[in-house]
Design a protein around this ligand. Structure first.
Ligand code: HEM
Ligand SMILES: N[C@@H](CC(=O)c1ccccc1NC=O)C(=O)O
Length: 289
């Protein structure tokens, strides 16, 4: 037994049990937990600009959200790919995962809400012009969902690598465009002009798409797969919108109605973003079902 495991107490007892149970205790030359997860990089990537006790909370809250946004992007691209390939079950599974991630991120705002205005104001001035407004992953999520806005590329002009990624997504069909192409493949009369519209512009609701959804909802037995997919999209949009709402209320609680460090009006800007509807026809059609 290793020297450190000798003695009494809970630590030595646990080590003894693990050893008897066959735990690998010597990992020289092997891939360990920390190696696999690149923990050296991950756990040394927190660089507070103050020595305020609460700044690590602020940093880790953002970093964990960015990690989840990375997975969200991966899943949304996977869902779009699955729709293009008519693998709707797989697309729905991926959309469900993304909706669950957002439900978890909504809970996470409660952790940040333990940061009081008095605490935040002690280091807010050190954040300069930096703001979540410049989150390229958040913008990528919006673009892949169809909420395109070319102006949102401007904050990334000084980073050609990120600019190119966002510019690519701006020009590509969104996940909802993929759904409309699917509707057309399944025989619904989606207007050709709508299918051929300028993909770089914000999505605008179209009557032919709403009519297609109406046909799906009026005969769910015939269109079971599309009906199921539509409900997954609505689940997802509701979770995403609730995340944005929780951001807005958390921000109001912490900074009141100050301007944002990103230069916007702050809470008023975030409130106006709540009006964004990603899949508008799926909401409008509900009045007619
Ligand atoms: C004390 C905590 C927070 C405050 C006071 C705050 C405040 C704000 C404000 C005022 C804006 C508007 C843009 C601006 O002018 O700055 C904004 C945008 C944004 N924030 Fe936060 N935020 C906080 C935490 C977070 C966290 C934890 C995230 C997660 C990554 C986040 C992500 C974003 C995103 C993505 C936007 C852009 C939203 C859009 O353009 O629709 N924020 N935030
Ligand atoms: N926009 C925030 C600052 C902020 O929250 C922030 C600053 C740096 C990095 C991420 C941030 N989070 C979200 O905007 C503010 O106006 O206080």
């Amino acid at each position: 037994m290793n020297e450190t495991h000798k003695g009494s107490g809970p630590a030595s007892l646990a080590a003894g049990v693990a050893e008897r149970d066959g735990a690998h205790l010597s990992l020289a030359g092997e891939m360990s937990y920390g190696d696999y997860l690149s923990l050296d990089q991950l756990l040394t990537a927190q660089h507070p600009v103050s020595d305020h006790h609460d700044e690590p909370l602020f940093i880790i809250q953002h970093q964990t959200t960015e990690l989840w946004l990375k997975l969200i992007l991966h899943e949304l691209k996977g869902a779009r790919e699955a729709i293009d390939a008519d693998r709707l079950g797989q697309a729905e599974k991926r959309m469900s995962r993304v909706a669950r991630i957002f439900l978890q991120l909504i809970q996470a705002w409660d952790v940040l809400a333990t940061l009081t205005p008095a605490e935040y104001m002690e280091f807010r001035h050190l954040l300069g012009k930096s703001s979540g407004f410049q989150s390229h992953q958040y913008r990528a999520v919006e673009f892949i969902l169809g909420n395109k806005n070319e102006a949102m590329l401007l904050p990334h002009a000084h980073r050609p690598d990120l600019h190119a990624i966002l510019d690519g997504l701006l020009r590509e069909p969104s996940l909802y465009d993929a759904v409309q192409r699917l509707l057309a493949r399944r025989g619904f009369a989606v207007a050709p002009a709508h299918l051929g519209r300028d993909l770089t512009k914000p999505y605008a609701a179209d009557a032919s798409v709403e009519d297609a959804w109406l046909a799906v909802y009026r005969d769910v037995d015939t269109h079971w797969e599309l009906y199921h997919l539509a409900e997954k999209l609505v689940d997802f949009e509701q979770a995403f919108r609730n995340w944005r709402f929780a951001h807005m209320t958390t921000v109001a609680r912490i900074i009141g109605f100050r301007r944002g460090t990103g230069g916007t009006s702050g809470v008023n800007y975030l409130e106006s973003m709540l009006k964004v509807r990603l899949f508008p026809e799926l909401w409008d059609v509900r009045t007619r079902i």
